[in-house]
Design a protein around this ligand. Structure first.
Ligand code: FPP
Length: 224
């Protein structure tokens, strides 16, 4: 969800105005995903690198997150959304962690849309954490080294039990993955759009799905 800052500065507004508009785009995109029958949606809302932004912007973003979770939980429940958080939630204030835990618990039985929000998330540290767990399990004798294959390793990631993404959409003209779901996106189709995240909505979502449906997916195999 990139381009909030540019959207705001382009209008002579403070960056937080772009993040607020970005939160509206989050709402629209969740609705568009449900309407399109998409079962899984993962939003990259805050990277582990985002902590390095100026303190005032980090405060603005965490404040917006607190506000969003409190305000949207009832709506997420009404829409049948199951919310899960990927990333190191414990770096956020204790009240935000508690709200995130509650939102996950209260939406656990929902299945219309599985919504993952990546917060304080970085794919490399996720992979290192999984490697540590694997090493510990081998050391403790609960895992045979010979049994450590891709399936066993994927079970140690924060996305254990979830399908790999079919499609990754990045907004605002940047052509990078920026440490997002690096393991899981191995065969994902990548769609880049120049639209800034606050301008993203059902039309852009539908265009990305249409682009996806035109791609021929071979997963490394030869065409049949
Ligand atoms: C990237 O734009 C966006 C972020 C770092 C924050 C994303 C947050 C939201 C969309 C709103 C909150 C979402 C939830 C789920 C509560 P940027 O600031 O890097 O933009 P720039 O590249 O134009 O500077």
């Amino acid at each position: 969800m990139d381009g909030n800052g540019r959207w705001a500065t382009g209008r002579g507004l403070p960056r937080i105005a772009g993040h607020r508009a970005g939160a509206q785009a989050v709402r629209r995109t969740i609705e568009a995903a449900i309407e399109s029958g998409v079962g899984w949606l993962t939003l990259y809302a805050f990277s582990s690198e985002n902590w390095r932004r100026p303190q005032a912007e980090v405060l603005d973003l965490t404040g917006l997150l607190r506000h969003y979770i409190r305000q949207e939980l009832a709506e997420l429940k009404a829409q049948g959304v199951r919310l899960r958080i990927l990333g190191d939630r414990n770096r956020f204030d204790a009240d935000i962690c508690a709200d995130l835990d509650r939102a996950e618990a209260e939406t656990r039985a929902n299945s219309r849309l599985n919504l993952n929000v990546a917060l304080s998330y970085g794919a490399r540290s996720e992979i290192v954490a999984a490697a540590r767990l694997a090493a510990e399990a081998v050391r403790d004798g609960t895992l045979n080294l010979a049994d450590l294959d891709e399936t066993a390793f994927a079970r140690l990631l924060s996305t254990a039990g979830m399908p790999d993404p079919d499609l990754v959409i990045r907004t605002s003209g940047e052509h990078r993955l920026s440490n997002f779901l690096l393991w899981q996106s191995a065969y994902a189709e990548l769609v880049f759009t120049d639209v800034l995240w606050p301008d993203f909505g059902p039309a852009e979502f539908a265009a990305a799905l249409a682009e996806f449906s035109r791609r021929e997916r071979r997963f490394g195999a030869r065409p049949g």
